[in-house]
Design a protein around this ligand. Structure first.
Ligand code: PGA
Length: 257
């Protein structure tokens, strides 16, 4: 076997900027409690609501029992006069354990590889588990070079010991929000590429254990082959994570593999 991420599978839900009102957020969290009650062993579930629904989700879902609570972003400074930003200590005091870093929708708003690397360093320094999102915007030209730049800049911000908790999500930007995911084969090729840089930076042991997930158009009808794909350790789900029944079915699907 060329890698060993401990055979743990990950299903991460990214609610993005939804639901739009408190009542709907409560309903979603309550439905997830029902769906995730029968969470299969060896599947690690993380739910990432928007900042404003984190407390509500935590209170309803009593997180340690069902799944982990993740944020969608974190600021790269621990404190200071930064209007509108959210620090890692704030997240931790809410019970947040995971954080998405460098999601393409944030990169699209201007986050550079350097800023992503700073946020990654902040997250690990604060004891959060980062889910680093990387992925090319298009398959034209030397897209591996684009991916390499993202991955190498981010990894350079970490010491090998920091990588113990690192999760990477490969999310080709062209697939996000579409109906057509990458093929499992091609996602695996990207995962192997990412793991190669992890090996160079962090050494064989950590690189082999580092979970690499796939994200981008993971829907009820597209999740199956990713659950079966050895070398892909789980999925990052956007839209479909807002439907508790679909998200629950995906979690169970990973439990079958
Ligand atoms: P999608 O989004 O599942 O709606 O394509 C994925 C993501 O944004 O991580």
């Amino acid at each position: 076997m060329f890698y060993d991420s401990g055979s743990m599978k990950y299903v991460v839900g990214n609610w993005k900027m939804a639901p739009q009102d408190r009542r709907k957020a409560e309903t979603l969290a309550q439905s997830l409690v029902q769906e995730l009650r029968a969470r299969p062993p060896r599947v690690s579930v993380v739910v990432c609501p928007p900042f404003v629904w984190l407390s509500l989700a935590r209170d309803i879902m009593t997180f340690s029992e069902f799944c982990a609570l993740g944020a969608q972003d974190v600021f790269f400074k621990p404190q200071g006069p930064y209007t509108g930003e959210i620090s890692a200590p704030m997240l931790q005091s809410l019970g947040v354990s995971h954080v998405l870093i460098g999601h393409s929708e944030r990169r699209g708003l201007g986050e550079t590889n350097t800023l992503v690397a700073e946020k990654l360093a902040m997250a690990v320094a604060a004891g959060l588990t980062p889910i680093l999102c990387v992925g090319e915007t298009s398959r034209e030209g030397d897209w591996y070079a684009f991916l390499r730049e993202q991955v190498e800049t981010a990894f350079a911000a970490l010491q090998p010991r920091d990588a113990e908790r690192l999760i990477v999500a490969y999310e080709p930007v062209w697939a996000i929000g579409s109906d057509t995911p990458d093929t499992p084969d091609s996602a695996l090729t990207a995962a192997i590429f990412i793991r190669k840089f992890a090996r160079e930076r962090f050494g064989d042991r950590l690189a082999e254990r580092m979970p690499v997930l796939y994200g981008g158009a993971v829907l009820q009808e597209t999740v199956g082959p990713f659950a079966m794909q050895e070398g892909i350790d789980g999925v990052l789900v956007g839209r479909a994570s807002l439907d508790a029944a679909v998200f629950g079915a995906m979690v169970r699907r990973f439990g079958e593999t």
